[in-house]
Write a protein that binds this ligand. Structure first.
Ligand code: SF4
Length: 211
């Protein structure tokens, strides 16, 4: 299978339970909840996206013709001086439009743990080491178990209560970015105070100014 990749880069995970972990991020092009074009945002299922996942023009972006070629590039991007366990985070866009068993197996063979950040509308391949699901209002949730449920908050019609009985090990509220970030952060923190099974997730990479 060929893979359309926006960018591949080494960084620290910026959010969620694994914040601070050295990681290679592999961002696939494309999403099933928005085409990524501003004129079409208002009509999209997911309207608050802050990620550029269109095209293949980022660092190490391009069309990779095999799992081996993409795996090799991911391996090459890992910082040589970093002795932390090797971790690749597949994100997007929606990574499950493209991530398949062959690529997961290939990365395992190269010594990587494999994580995904998905909107949960598709089922993942087997053997993933970390599944982070971020549900979106108006998008039916199919992936109902994993390691981390990270809910961008607030979303009209998508209350945290809906999810707390699902089979996830961690529940996180992440304030929606944008012009209401401060108010959203206060509201998310207030929710976490009275619902301590939910933890606050902040996008550390944004204020640390790392990719
Ligand atoms: S599901 Fe994720 S990648 Fe897709 S439009 Fe929404 S926030 Fe962006």
């Amino acid at each position: 299978m060929a893979y359309a990749v926006k960018e591949v880069y080494f960084t620290l995970q910026g959010e969620g339970v694994n914040a601070g972990a050295p990681s290679v991020f592999c961002r696939f092009s494309g999403c099933n909840l928005w085409n990524g074009l501003e004129p079409d945002r208002a009509g999209a299922v997911c309207k608050f996206c802050d990620t550029d996942f269109v095209g293949m023009d980022g660092a190490m972006g391009g069309r990779y013709l095999s799992a081996e070629s993409l795996g090799y590039s991911i391996s090459k991007v890992w910082k040589k001086s970093c002795s932390a366990p090797r971790l690749v985070v597949f994100t997007g866009g929606e990574p499950l439009l493209q991530l398949d068993q062959e690529l997961v197996d290939c990365l395992h063979g190269l010594g990587f743990s494999v994580a995904i950040e998905t909107n949960g509308t598709m089922l993942p391949p087997k053997g993933l080491d970390w599944i982070c699901v971020s549900p979106k209002a108006g998008a039916p949730l199919k992936c109902i178990q994993g390691d981390e449920l990270k809910l961008v908050f607030p979303q009209i019609g998508l209350e945290p209560d809906f999810f707390q009985d699902l089979d996830f090990n961690n529940f996180l509220l992440q304030p929606m970015s944008g012009s209401n970030l401060v108010a959203n952060t206060v509201a998310a923190a207030e929710y976490c105070y009275v619902n301590p099974n939910w933890l606050l997730s902040l996008q550390v990479h944004k204020f640390a100014d790392i990719p």
